[in-house]
Design a protein around this ligand. Structure first.
Ligand SMILES: [Fe+2]
Ligand SMILES: [Fe+2]
Length: 265
C-alpha cells in the first residue's frame, strides 16, 4: 500500500530544510582532536566500558526497515533526509567505535536490550519506528551528559558534546515527523499512540537505569534527577509533536555539563 505524504509546515523546518540541515552537518566530527589513546583512568574505564559498548552497538543500524517505511511515504525530501539521518547515526557508532578501539574496549556483538528496540522498530511501521527511535534519543540526551561528566578524557568529552548537539536536532526532526503523521490520525488512535508512547518511555527509563546506572551515577545523577530530566525532554517532544509548542531546542533543560557552561554554542 502506498501512503500519500504530507507537505505540512509548522513553526520549524519542513523536510526539505531538514535535508539541508543534515547535508550541512556531514562534517560534524571533523573538528575532533585525536591526540592520545588510552585517555581513560582505570576507574573511569571500569565505570563506563560495558555501558559505552551497549550504546555504541545501539547507535549502529543499517536502517533498512526504517528506510523501507519512509519510502512508502513518496516524499523525496523525507526519504533523502532519512538516508542522511541514518548515516549520521552510523557516524556516532563509528566515532564511539574508534574511541573504544584506542582504549582497548572491545565492541559488543549482540545486546538483548538493543535487540528488543530493533524488533520494536520493525514491527510497527513508520510511526512506530520513529516513536521507538525518538524514545532512545530522549534517553541519549541525558546519557551523554552523564558520560561527559563521568570522564576527564578530552576526546570523549568532545565526542559527547557533538553527539548531544546532533541528538538534540534528531529530537526535533523525529518530533516533526510524528507531528506530520499525527495530523492524519483520528482522535481515538491519537490517544492510543500517546498512551503507548508514555508507557514505552516509562519502561525505557527504568531499563536504562538498571543497565547504565554506573555511568549515570558517575555523571552526577540520582535516579530521581535522571528520570526527571528524561521526562522533561519527553514532555517537550510530546508538546512539539502535538503542536502544543514550537519545534525548538530545549535550551537549558535539565542538568548542565560540569566543564562546559554553554555546550550548544
Ligand atoms: Fe546517535
Ligand atoms: Fe539520534
Amino acid at each position: 500500500m502506498v501512503i500519500v505524504l504530507f507537505h505540512y509546515k509548522n513553526d520549524g523546518m519542513n523536510f526539505l530544510q531538514w535535508q539541508q540541515y543534515f547535508l550541512g552537518n556531514r562534517d560534524h566530527f571533523d573538528h575532533l582532536e585525536w591526540k592520545d589513546c588510552q585517555t581513560l583512568t582505570a576507574q573511569e574505564k571500569q565505570n563506563i566500558s560495558q555501558s559505552v559498548r551497549q550504546f555504541q552497538r545501539g547507535e549502529h543500524s543499517e536502517g533498512k526497515h526504517f528506510l523501507q517505511f519512509a519510502q512508502r511515504m513518496q516524499d523525496t525530501s523525507y526519504i533523502e533526509t532519512v538516508k542522511l539521518f541514518i548515516k549520521e547515526e552510523q557516524d556516532h557508532a563509528a566515532i564511539l567505535g574508534k574511541f573504544m578501539e584506542g582504549e582497548g574496549i572491545p565492541k559488543l556483538g549482540r545486546d538483548w536490550l538493543d535487540s528488543i528496540f530493533r524488533r520494536l522498530r520493525k514491527l510497527a511501521g513508520l510511526e512506530g519506528s520513529v516513536t521507538v527511535l525518538l524514545t532512545a534519543e530522549i534517553i541519549a540526551m541525558v546519557y551523554y551528559k552523564a558520560l561527559f561528566n563521568a570522564t576527564r578524557s578530552a576526546i570523549l568529552k568532545q565526542i559527547c558534546l557533538q553527539v548531544l548537539k546532533d541528538e538534540e536536532m534528531h529530537l526535533r526532526f523525529q518530533s516533526y515527523t510524528l507531528e506530520c503523521l499525527y495530523k492524519r490520525k483520528a482522535g481515538f488512535t491519537l490517544i492510543f499512540s500517546g498512551t503507548v508512547h508514555y508507557l514505552l518511555m516509562a519502561g525505557t527509563i527504568l531499563m536504562v537505569w538498571l543497565w547504565h546506572y554506573k555511568v549515570l551515577r558517575s555523571g552526577g545523577y540520582s535516579f530521581q534527577q535522571y528520570a526527571g530530566d528524561v521526562w522533561k525532554e519527553f514532555i517537550h517532544c510530546r508538546h512539539m509533536m502535538t503542536g502544543k509548542s514550537a519545534n525548538q531546542p530545549t535550551y537549558g533543560m535539565g542538568k548542565q555539563l560540569t566543564s562546559q557552561s554553554n555546550w550548544r554554542a
